[in-house]
Structure formats: structure tokens, C-alpha cells
Design a protein around this ligand. Structure first.
Ligand code: AMP
Ligand code: MG
Length: 412
């Protein structure tokens, strides 16, 4: 029997079939979690003008050499108003936080350092204020450009936009934001035995879990699901659904089940009628029956039916693809190193074991989360990581160092 394709080779073949999608423009409120498609350059300084960082009085610092200093209050400047005054020797203007600094002033004295009480801040300004503590030139002023200078590239292409990024874009007056289009992923779940979770179970049937696992993963990875529903193991129905996917011009077709060597595994044969398969098995556990090819020119990945196999197949092969199409600079999730706290065994395929990894004295220690059967979703739910046993390894003792993939919020 020819040697099975390695996980790494399969990953490479799949990833090479995709390119980043074109840029689209979305309005600012919908830009969060999208991937920036261009470097963003500041069109103004931030802050755009010198302003007060405290409620207090704008003064000339050299007026405050002797304490207390008595200054004439010539203006009252709230945030949002440009002062029409210029401060001269012996003068001050009351300023609120965020108010522009009037010409002539070079420092702000916080209200706490004057003879006014904090609770008098809402009263009309006094004609005269006594300053109790001196300030140095520049104190309590946020100078123009303190945070960011005009023409600085402040966000780079490939950045996944965070709420604070949206705030900065807003501050700089960007409203139509260039982001990568979201990959559209057609999802076809197959199997005669499948029952919708809202329906009672008939004898011999099981409830469809993969529709929910896979659509959740697609959305979490920045993709949009185009649902092709659940099809029975019937070539005519599977063909009709794949044709729908082709008409919709999706970026990727994902199928679940029907790609192994069983008598009712029709997905593979239907693909071959109007497409091609590059491979249909990978040296992976769980997830050996995994097909890659195209249907009417659209890349297609056929995931295995066992829910844990489908899940692992998605993380290993589909997540990087969606990230690449979505414009991520780094398409691979971050792998970490963990040490075995129990002996583990596998069959020599590259194995993705469901594990619970805990941090003990800055050392990540792994135990298995339950039975490793590829249909066992509960053991997956209990796991916080997949632990990767390299191919060719059948058992490893306590203390062995392995790569792992944390199933955190970013991933699955
Ligand atoms: P197959 O890939 O068709 O050989 O299916 C492998 C195993 O996965 C079988 O035990 C199926 O019953 C199970 N299976 C297939 N599809 C699903 C699904 N959508 N949800 C849960 N289990 C499934
Ligand atoms: Mg089946």
C-alpha cells in the first residue's frame, strides 16, 4: 500500500489553492473583527490641538513664582469651544478637561491647587483666582500630536480590528474601512442516519452534530456559511446540492461524511463526476478519510463524518485556509509545548489527542480528557487542547515534550 500523505503535505497542498480575497469597504460600526486590507495612515495629529488634561485654569507658568499668586480670570472655556482670547501676564482662563488652551497660556493649574473648591466647578467663574501651587511650563497640557503624528501608519494591513482600533479610526475620521471580503463557505452535511436535534430519535438514527460544529467554526474563523442543508446518502441529492454551491460561486465547499470507503459513501464519486480529487486520505488520527479537490473549479474539502474527526480536520486544514482568504498575515494558529503527565499511545498516524493541559509552575502538563474515539464529542468538550503525537510514534512516556494547540476563544 502506498504511504499515506502526511498532514504537513496535505496542509501545503490545500493552502496553496487559496489566495487572499479582494478588499471591500465596510462602514466603521461593522468593521470590528474584520481584517484590514490596507495600511492606515493618519490624516491629522492626535490630539488635533493642545488641550487641558484637567479642570482648572490656563496660566503663564512664570506668573506663579510667588505663592499664592492672584490672577484675573478673563475667560471661561468649556470643551468644544475655541477661545477668542489671549492670556497676558497676570491673567488666567478657566478651562475644562479637553478644552483648547488659549493663546499665551503655557500650563494648566488644576482646580485642586487653587482657592476654589472642587464642588464650585459648576459655578460661574470667579473674577479672580488665587493659585496655591506653582506649575511648570507644559504641565497638564496634552500637546497637539502627543499620541500620534499626522502621516504615521497607525494600523497595518492584516490586523484583525479590535474595538480600540475602531475607536482610533473614529478619532481620525475614517468611516469607510478597507477590509478583506469574508470567505463564503458552502456546507453540505450528509448521512442517512442524521436527525435534526429538534426531532425525536428513531431507532438507529443519531442527531446531526456536524452542521453545528462546522458552521460555528466557519463563523468563528471569519467566514460566512452558505448552508446546503443535510442530504441523505443519495448521489442525486448530493449532486443537486453541490450544483447549488457551484451556482453560488462560493470560495470553498465543505462536506461532512461520505468520503470514506463504505458502501454508501457517495460524496467522493459525485465530486469526481464534475470535479477532481487531489487526495482523499491523510495520515492523521482522527480524520484519515479527508478529501481535497474541486467541484466545477471551486476548491472542496470533504471532512470525515465522525464529529471529532471533522473538528480536528477543520482546525488543521480549514482554519489556515479561511485565515489566508480573510487576509491574516499568520495563517497558522499558535502551537505551544506541553509535557505529558501520563503515558499516551496511538497507532503511528499523526495524532491529535483531546487533552486537558494545566500550568504547573510555568510548565504545561497534559493528561487526556477521555476516550479518544473519533465520535466522542464529550471528551472533546472537556478538552482544552489538542495534543499532537508525531507520525511514526506509537507510545510516549510521562515527561515527553509535545506540541499542542489550545482550543481557546480564537480557535475553537
Ligand atoms: P462516515 O464518514 O459517513 O463514514 O461517518 C462516520 C461516522 O460519523 C458515522 O458513525 C456517522 O454516523 C457519523 N456522522 C456522520 N455525520 C454526522 C453528523 N453530521 N453528526 C454526527 N455524527 C455524524
Ligand atoms: Mg456515512
Amino acid at each position: 500500500m502506498p504511504e499515506l500523505l502526511s498532514v504537513k503535505e496535505a496542509q501545503k497542498l490545500i493552502l496553496a489553492a487559496f489566495e487572499p480575497l479582494p478588499a471591500v469597504s465596510v462602514e466603521l460600526p461593522r468593521a470590528a473583527a474584520r481584517i484590514l486590507a490596507e495600511d492606515m495612515r493618519a490624516t491629522t495629529d492626535l490630539p488635533p490641538f493642545a488641550n487641558s488634561s484637567m479642570d482648572g485654569f490656563a496660566v503663564i507658568a512664570s506668573d506663579l513664582e510667588r505663592m499664592p499668586a492672584r490672577l484675573q480670570v478673563i475667560a471661561d472655556i468649556p470643551a468644544g469651544i475655541v477661545p477668542a482670547v489671549s492670556i497676558r501676564q497676570g491673567q488666567a482662563a478657566r478651562v475644562m478637561t479637553g478644552a483648547p488652551i488659549p493663546d499665551g497660556a503655557n500650563a494648566v493649574v488644576p482646580i485642586e491647587n487653587t482657592d476654589l473648591e472642587r464642588n464650585q466647578v459648576a459655578d460661574p467663574p470667579p473674577a479672580v483666582v488665587n493659585i496655591l501651587r506653582p506649575v511648570r511650563s507644559g504641565d497638564f497640557i496634552r500637546p497637539r500630536g502627543q499620541d500620534l503624528h499626522k502621516d504615521t501608519v497607525f494600523l497595518k494591513k492584516g490586523r484583525r480590528l479590535q474595538p480600540q482600533d475602531i475607536g482610533l479610526l473614529a478619532s481620525l475620521g475614517f468611516y469607510n474601512i478597507p477590509v478583506y471580503a469574508r470567505p463564503r463557505v458552502a456546507l453540505l452535511v450528509t448521512g442517512n442516519e442524521l436527525v435534526h436535534p429538534s426531532e425525536p430519535l428513531a431507532p438507529g438514527k443519531i442527531r446531526d452534530a456536524n452542521s453545528f460544529i462546522l458552521s460555528g467554526l466557519v463563523e468563528k474563523s471569519g467566514g460566512e456559511v452558505v448552508s446546503l442543508g443535510v442530504a441523505p446518502d443519495d448521489p442525486a441529492v448530493i449532486r443537486e446540492r453541490l450544483e447549488t454551491a457551484a451556482e453560488q460561486q462560493v470560495d470553498l465547499i465543505l462536506t461532512s461524511a461520505g468520503v470514506s470507503v463504505g458502501a454508501f459513501d457517495f460524496v467522493r464519486s459525485v465530486i469526481l463526476e464534475n470535479g477532481a480529487l487531489t487526495f482523499w486520505q491523510v495520515n492523521m488520527r482522527p480524520g484519515k478519510p479527508l478529501a481535497f479537490g474541486s467541484y466545477r473549479g471551486i476548491p472542496l474539502v470533504g471532512l470525515p463524518g465522525n464529529p471529532v474527526s471533522a473538528y480536528a480536520g477543520f482546525l488543521v486544514f480549514i482554519l489556515p485556509v479561511l485565515r489566508k482568504m480573510a487576509g491574516y498575515l499568520e495563517t497558522n494558529p499558535t502551537y505551544q509545548k506541553a509535557f505529558l503527565a501520563q503515558e499516551v499511545e496511538s497507532d503511528g498516524r499523526e495524532s491529535y489527542l483531546r487533552a486537558i493541559i494545566t500550568n504547573r509552575n510555568n510548565r504545561l502538563e497534559a493528561v487526556l480528557s477521555g476516550h479518544q474515539g473519533s465520535g466522542n464529542i464529550y471528551a472533546l468538550v472537556q478538552a482544552n487542547a489538542l495534543l499532537i503525537l508525531p507520525s511514526g510514534v506509537k507510545s510516549l512516556p510521562v515527561g515527553s515534550e509535545l506540541q499542542c494547540l489550545f482550543l481557546d476563544d480564537d480557535i475553537g
